[in-house]
Design a protein around this ligand. Structure first.
Ligand SMILES: [Zn+2]
Ligand SMILES: [Zn+2]
Length: 260
């Protein structure tokens, strides 16, 4: 069995095809999926899916790429996270690739999420792009990670260096690989995935984006996370079963609220 640790199946293009998406998950042995929130107005659609389907979980947070959206407060995130199916805070983080100019608001928003994670004891889902230095710095300043008495989390859709991965792992974080790792052009990322220990790795689709080979360029969906696992098994030269078991175990070790 596999778990898609990060997807956006509440987005209209996927939500409209839910029966088909759930059928493909079953067919590809994808037992669970974590539907990740990107803003507060759409959070109810994320929660509704988690309430409707026992094997779908939810997170609450506001994505760093969403500029014109209501800004969350710590209290608001804490309140919305107070639900048995909300197992994480995010996605949050920094993205200096998609947006330019004074991005202090992104850093403030990121701090808000880390504080909410510490208060709720629910793990962080961190998105970082072209901003790894500030991401790690703010994580340290706000006491994210188990080494500072905070809560761990996952660096999702990881595309950074081994150094950044190791810094996050040092703080008790997991590293999640998406379909990007299967792309021919992703040689550096493949080297990172090869080097990381199996007990720190998660797999995800980030669907509807970033479909893995052999579906690259098509609309992605949680069932395709099996292809990320297959790729990692070949890359790391371990049996596919081991990738499946270890990433599933890692998911439940990190997201403890998903166990009950
Ligand atoms: Zn992301
Ligand atoms: Zn995402």
């Amino acid at each position: 069995m596999y778990i898609d640790s990060h997807c956006h199946i509440n987005f209209p293009e996927l939500a409209a095809r839910m029966p088909e998406i759930l059928a493909r998950m079953a067919e590809n042995k994808v037992s669970h999926a974590l539907c990740v929130s990107v803003d507060l107005p759409e959070f109810p659609s994320v929660l509704a899916l988690a309430e409707q389907y026992p094997h779908i979980y939810a997170s609450v947070g506001v994505h760093p790429d969403y500029e014109d959206t209501p800004e969350p407060t710590v209290a608001q995130l804490v309140e919305l996270a107070d639900h048995p199916k909300v197992i994480a805070i995010g996605e949050t983080g920094l993205d200096y690739y998609r947006l330019e100019g004074d991005l202090e608001w992104q850093r403030e928003r990121f701090r808000t999420h880390i504080r909410a994670s510490r208060e709720t004891r629910k793990p962080l889902i961190i998105h970082t792009r072209s901003a790894s230095e500030d991401t790690i710095r703010i994580m340290r300043e706000e006491g994210a990670g188990t080494d500072k008495g905070g809560v761990a989390g996952v660096m999702h859709c990881f595309t950074e260096s081994l150094e950044v991965a190791e810094a996050a792992i040092g703080m008790g974080f997991y590293i999640s690989f998406s379909g990007i790792v299967t792309f021919k052009s992703a040689k550096d990322l493949q080297a990172v995935a090869k080097a990381l220990p199996l007990d720190r790795i998660l797999i995800e689709t980030d669907s509807p984006y970033l479909a893995p080979v052999p579906f690259r360029g098509k609309m992605n969906e949680p069932g395709y996370v099996a292809h990320v696992a297959e790729y990692l098994a070949t890359l790391k030269d371990v049996p596919l079963r081991e990738i499946a078991d270890r990433t599933t175990e890692n998911f439940f070790n990190l997201f403890k609220a998903a166990r009950t």
